[in-house]
Ligand binder design. Structure first.
Ligand SMILES: Nc1ncnc2c1ncn2[C@@H]1O[C@H](COP(=O)(O)OP(=O)(O)OP(=O)(O)O)[C@@H](O)[C@H]1O
Ligand code: SF4
Ligand SMILES: [Mg+2]
Length: 334
């Protein structure tokens, strides 16, 4: 039986106004996040990952951001929400964690006060109940000596501990959805693996749906069930992690896969996709990846490919119509 959809974006477009100009940064993004699923969004810097996630939390600057399309959660249209409605679901139904915990943690307040506050804003729990829940959550995210931690300030903790505190805070109200924007990028490899394992555990034990945003396909491989690859504000490939890793269809995804460090082979020089993501506002007609694509042909400069079925998943590339790349897997091994 297919699991129910908890969050659905349909044809989401986001632009920022700059003077009289409107600069599009996210174009026609649609996706479904299912109950208990970990869905990855992956792409290079500037692709629109964070802007998309902030839109899902109602956190884009009202003055400059223009959003069209639909975001549906529990049968409600979030793009029409007022700030007070957002406040009811933020942290309660949908929580977010960031790369740098200090953006969520207030350096001036003790860990305990911040955790308890998260609960008391949304529920009528007493101080004692809030403290008990804070202790439970600190233990659940694998932090030692929770009683003492409640009395400490964020700067007294290591980066990995702060990240765990932030996850505990995000999980205080057992939200349906957790959005994690580069949750481990600032951490060293060992701590990164521990935090990712913790997020998987939360997903499995609490059935929380997670949107995992990362520039690192290694993180996707370790945690996600399904993945969307974003390029220059568009989704260019989408499918199950197994499918996309075993049989990537889009040249950009293939480039990203080739760029994953392979410690076993100890390659002397790591592959990187030549060129750069086009700056928003500079995007012309045709395939957005054309300037960097080694398979580009005449049509790619003139027409924009749609996200269509390629094999068992979706890809935005004309080559899919021609039966795909000559040998997808060989292309990755490169
Ligand atoms: N508040 C804003 N006003 C104007 N432009 C913005 C704003 N926030 C982001 N942008 C632009 O939108 C584009 C997408 O940015 P976004 O932060 O979503 O990228 P990203 O994929 O998260 O990259 P990174 O991996 O570096 O975090 C960028 O070109 C960025 O400069
Ligand atoms: S449509 Fe053309 S330029 Fe774009 S990814 Fe496919 S082959 Fe490359
Ligand atoms: Mg970002």
């Amino acid at each position: 039986m297919e699991r129910s959809v908890v969050l659905a974006a349909e044809n989401l477009n986001i632009a920022f106004s700059e003077g009289r100009r409107e600069i599009p940064v996210v174009s026609g993004v649609s996706f479904h996040l299912r109950e208990g699923e970990i869905l990855g969004i992956v792409g290079e810097s500037g692709c629109g990952k964070s802007v998309t996630s902030l839109a899902l939390m109602g956190l884009l600057p009202k003055r400059t951001a223009r959003i069209s399309g639909s975001i549906r959660f529990q049968g409600e249209e979030l793009t029409e929400y007022s700030e007070s409605s957002w406040r009811k679901i933020r942290g309660n139904e949908i929580s977010m964690i960031f790369q740098e915990p200090m953006t969520s943690l207030n350096p001036l307040f003790k860990v305990g006060d911040q955790l308890e506050e998260a609960l008391r804003v949304h529920t009528k729990k007493s101080r004692k109940q809030a403290k008990e829940q804070a202790l439970r959550m600190l233990a659940a995210v694998g932090l030692p000596r929770p009683e003492e931690l409640l009395r400490e300030y964020p700067h007294q903790l290591s980066g990995g501990m702060r990240q765990r505190v932030m996850i505990a805070m995000a999980m205080m109200l057992n939200p349906e959805i957790l959005i994690a924007d580069e949750p481990t990028t600032a951490l060293d490899v060992t701590i990164q693996a521990q935090i990712l394992a913790l997020m998987k555990e939360i997903n499995e034990k609490m059935n929380t749906s997670i949107l995992m945003i990362t520039h690192d396909l290694g993180v996707v491989a370790q945690t996600c069930h399904r993945v969307m690859v974003m390029y220059a504000g568009e989704i260019v490939e989408e499918g199950s992690v197994k499918e996309v890793f075993q049989s990537p269809k889009h040249p950009y995804t293939i480039g990203l896969l080739k760029s994953i460090p392979n410690t076993a082979e100890k390659k002397a020089r790591l592959y990187s996709i030549p060129g750069q993501v086009p700056k928003p506002g500079s995007i012309k007609e045709g395939c957005r990846f054309a300037a960097r694509c080694e398979h580009a042909f005449d049509r790619c400069a003139k027409e924009s490919p749609e996200l269509l079925k390629a094999g068992n998943h979706l890809s935005r590339c004309f080559l899919a119509e021609k039966g795909g790349l000559p040998d997808d897997r060989a292309a990755v091994k490169g």
